[in-house]
Write a protein that binds this ligand. Structure first.
Ligand SMILES: *[C@@H]1O[C@H](CO)[C@@H](O)[C@H](O)[C@H]1NC(C)=O
Ligand SMILES: *[C@@H]1O[C@H](CO)[C@@H](O)[C@H](O)[C@H]1NC(C)=O
Length: 573
C-alpha cells in the first residue's frame, strides 16, 4: 500500500502536477477533506508513536435528505401547527437520513482496499470498525500524533487534517476520531460550606443553598409526577455515579420519602465506573441525584454509560455520536436527556459539529428533548485568559437542536446571572453566538433584538449571524449533593441542565395524563411561550478579562429566555 502513503506536502488542493494517487475503482485522488485551522488552546503534541495505537472509528455517511427532516421537524415542533407533537417514527426518520445503497457500497469498497472488512452499521447512516492508526494514516493520507492537555491524564491520538478520495466527498460527512479535541467542563465544589440536613430543613428557601425541595419552591412546581416518564443523564469520559451516594442523597434531600435507584444503561460498550472513576464522581452524582429527585420517585432514571471506553479512548466526540445514535435506535428512549459535558467550539471541526448536531435533530424529531449545559467560563469558554481573537462559544450547546441551559443565582432574593467564586476562579454561565451554526428561525427575532441592543459593542468578537445560546437558565450555585458519602455544595451549569430536563419530564408527565405526546424538540415552544418564563435582567457572563454579555429584557446570551415558573408554564403545554 505504499503507493497510497501519506504525501509529504500539505494537500491544500489536489494539484494535478502531483500525480495524486487514483484509487480503484475510480474513487478519485485523496483530497483534503477536513482541517483544523489551529490546535485548540493549551493542547500540545506529546511524545510517543501514535501509529501503534488502535482506534474505534466511525464514518458518518451523508444523509440523503437532512433538509427535508429539518423542515418536517420545524412543523411538528412548532406550537399551533396542525402536526404539533406528531413526532416521527424511526422508519420516518430513516426515510430522510438513510444513504443510498450505492453510496454505502462505495465507502465499503474504499475501506476494503485497506483491509477493513469487519464493518458494522449502528444506524443506516453510520459505519463503525476498529483499525490500527497506521491503517487510518494510509486511508486518510494523514499522520496521527499524540496530543495532551494540562487538564487531562494521558494523551490521545489525533490529527489536524485528513483527506478522503474526491468521489467520496459527497458521500461522507465525517470520519472520527480525527480532528476533534476535547476538554471537559467539570462542575466545581462551592466555596460556601454545605448545609447540614437540619439547618436546610428549618431555613426557608432563599436560593443561597439549593436542594430539591427548594427548587420546587423557587420555581413554583405545583405538580406531582404520576411517574409515566423515563429520564436520562449521561456518563462520558469515565466519570461515574455512585449508587450508595444516591441512596444517601435520597434519604437526606428527596421530596418524597422514597426515591427509586437510578439504572445503569450501557451504550456502545460503556459502563458506569462508580467509585473507581478516574475523573471523580462529582458530575455523575450531581446529574443522577437532581434528575431523579426533581423528576420524582418511581420515574425511571437512567444513567447512560457511553462507550467507547478504554485507556487511550476517552473519546468525548465518539461518545456524543454514540449517544445520539442510541437515542434514535433504542426501542424505549428517555423523553428527556441531559448532558453536562462540552468543549470550546474552536476545538472541533465544523463538519464534525454539523453532523453530530444533525444526530440531535434526529433525536428531537423522535420526540426526545436534548439538553446541554452552556459552560462555566462565561464568554471565555473553558476559562481562556484572553478573548483577543474572539469569544469562545461552547459545543454542543451551540447546536440549534440542543436546548442549552445557562446558570443563575439568587442575590437578596432576586434571580440574577450566576457569578460565583470557585476554588479555581470565577463561575459565570457560558453564552454567546456560534461561529458554526447560523441563527435558527425559532429565535431569529429575539436574537436580532439583542444584536440591536449591543449597538456595535464587541463587534468582531462574536458572530452576529450565529445561533445564540443559552436558550434558558436555572439556579446553578451551591447545589447540595452527596459525593463520597458526604454532603458537598457544587455549582455550574452542570447543575441547571439536568434540573431543567427533569422539570420538562414533569411537563411530559402532565401531557401524558392528558393523552398528549412528549414535548420533544423544545426550542420553538420556549421561544414562543407567552407565560411561565422568568426573565433574568441583571448580571453578565464575564470571562477572559471581559465583562461579557449583559442580561437585559427578553432573550440575552447571559441568561437566555430566563428561568421557569412551572405552575404558569403548564398552561403552555
Ligand atoms: C511508528 O510505528 C510504526 C508502526 O510500528 C512504524 O512503522 C514507524 O516507523 C514508527 N515511527 C517512528 C517515528 O518511530
Ligand atoms: C404558581 O402556579 C400557579 C398555577 O399552578 C399560579 O396560579 C400561581 O400564580 C403561581 N405562583 C406564582 C408565585 O407565580
Amino acid at each position: 500500500m505504499s503507493f497510497y502513503a501519506r504525501l509529504a506536502v500539505p494537500l491544500l488542493f489536489a494539484l494535478p502536477t502531483f500525480a495524486a494517487p487514483t484509487l480503484p475503482p475510480d474513487l478519485g485522488p485523496l483530497t483534503l477533506f477536513d482541517e483544523l485551522k489551529a490546535l485548540p488552546s493549551e493542547w500540545t503534541k506529546a511524545s510517543g508513536n501514535a501509529s501503534e495505537s488502535k482506534l474505534n472509528v466511525k464514518i458518518g455517511l451523508k444523509q440523503s435528505n437532512i433538509q427535508g427532516l429539518e423542515q418536517r421537524l420545524l412543523e411538528v415542533a412548532t406550537p399551533g401547527n396542525a402536526d404539533y407533537g406528531n413526532w416521527l417514527s424511526k422508519e420516518e426518520i430513516d426515510s430522510y437520513v438513510a444513504p443510498s445503497a450505492v453510496n454505502v457500497a462505495l465507502v465499503k469498497t474504499w475501506l476494503a482496499l485497506y483491509g477493513i472488512t469487519d464493518v458494522t452499521s449502528p444506524t443506516s447512516d453510520w459505519l463503525a470498525f476498529s483499525a490500527p492508526v497506521s491503517t487510518m494514516e494510509a486511508l486518510l493520507g494523514t499522520q496521527y500524533d499524540f496530543y495532551t492537555h494540562p487538564s487531562r491524564k494521558g494523551a490521545i491520538p489525533r490529527t489536524t487534517q485528513y483527506s478522503v478520495p474526491l468521489l467520496l466527498h459527497d458521500v461522507i460527512d465525517l470520519v472520527t476520531p480525527t480532528t476533534a479535541f476535547y476538554r471537559n467542563l467539570a462542575p466545581q465544589k462551592s466555596v460556601a460550606a454545605p448545609e447540614s440536613k437540619r439547618r436546610t430543613k428549618r431555613q426557608s428557601c432563599t436560593g443561597t443553598t439549593i436542594t430539591p425541595k427548594c427548587l420546587y419552591q423557587l420555581y413554583n412546581v405545583t405538580y406531582t409526577s404520576k411517574g409515566s416518564q423515563t429520564v436520562a443523564t449521561t456518563e462520558l469520559i469515565e466519570v461515574g455515579a455512585v449508587h450508595s451516594d444516591y441512596a444517601s442523597f435520597a434519604k437526606q434531600f428527596s421530596i418524597s420519602s422514597t426515591l427509586a435507584d437510578f439504572t445503569d444503561v450501557s451504550v456502545s460498550g460503556g459502563s458506569n465506573p462508580g467509585t473507581s472513576a478516574d475523573e471523580g464522581t462529582l458530575e455523575g452524582n450531581l446529574d443522577t441525584q437532581y434528575m431523579g429527585a426533581i423528576a420524582r420517585t418511581f420515574v425511571k432514571n437512567q444513567f447512560l454509560a457511553l462507550g467507547p471506553s478504554g485507556e487511550s479512548d476517552q473519546d468525548f466526540e465518539d461518545e456524543l455520536a454514540n449517544l445520539a445514535s442510541y437515542l434514535t435506535s433504542t426501542s424505549s428512549p428517555p423523553s428527556v436527556v441531559s448532558t453536562s459535558y462540552g468543549g470550546e467550539e474552536q476545538a472541533f471541526s465544523s463538519s464534525y459539529m454539523t453532523r453530530v448536531c444533525n444526530e440531535f435533530m434526529k433525536a428531537g424529531s423522535a420526540g426526545i428533548s436534548v439538553f446541554f449545559s452552556s459552560g462555566d467560563g462565561g464568554v471565555g469558554g473553558n476559562g481562556e485568559p484572553s478573548c483577543n481573537n474572539g469569544f469562545y462559544p461552547v459545543w454542543p450547546a451551540v447546536c440549534p437542536y440542543s436546548t442549552a441551559v445557562g446558570g443563575t443565582m439568587f442575590s437578596s432574593g432576586k434571580e440574577v446571572v450566576a457569578n460565583a467564586q470557585t476554588s479555581s476562579g470565577t463561575f459565570t454561565p457560558g453564552g454567546g453566538f456560534s461561529n458554526t451554526f447560523s441563527t435558527p428561525s425559532y429565535q431569529s427575532s429575539q436574537v436580532s433584538k439583542y444584536i440591536t441592543y449591543l449597538n456595535g459593542k464587541y463587534n468582531g468578537l462574536y458572530n452576529a449571524k450565529g445561533r445564540g445560546f443559552p436558550d434558558i437558565s436555572l439556579a446553578s450555585v451551591n447545589y447540595q449533593i452527596v459525593d463520597g458519602g458526604s454532603v458537598e455544595g457544587v455549582l455550574g451549569t452542570s447543575a441547571s441542565s439536568p434540573t431543567w430536563a427533569a422539570l420538562v419530564s414533569l411537563l411530559n408527565d402532565y401531557r401524558h395524563s392528558q393523552g398528549k405526546a412528549t414535548l420533544g424538540f423544545l426550542n420553538p415552544l420556549l421561544y414562543s411561550a407567552t407565560t411561565g418564563l422568568n426573565d433574568i435582567t441583571s448580571g453578565s457572563n464575564s470571562g477572559c478579562n471581559s465583562k461579557g454579555f449583559s442580561a437585559t429584557t427578553g432573550w440575552d446570551p447571559a441568561s437566555g429566555l430566563g428561568s421557569i415558573n412551572f405552575g404558569k408554564f403548564l398552561s403552555n403545554v
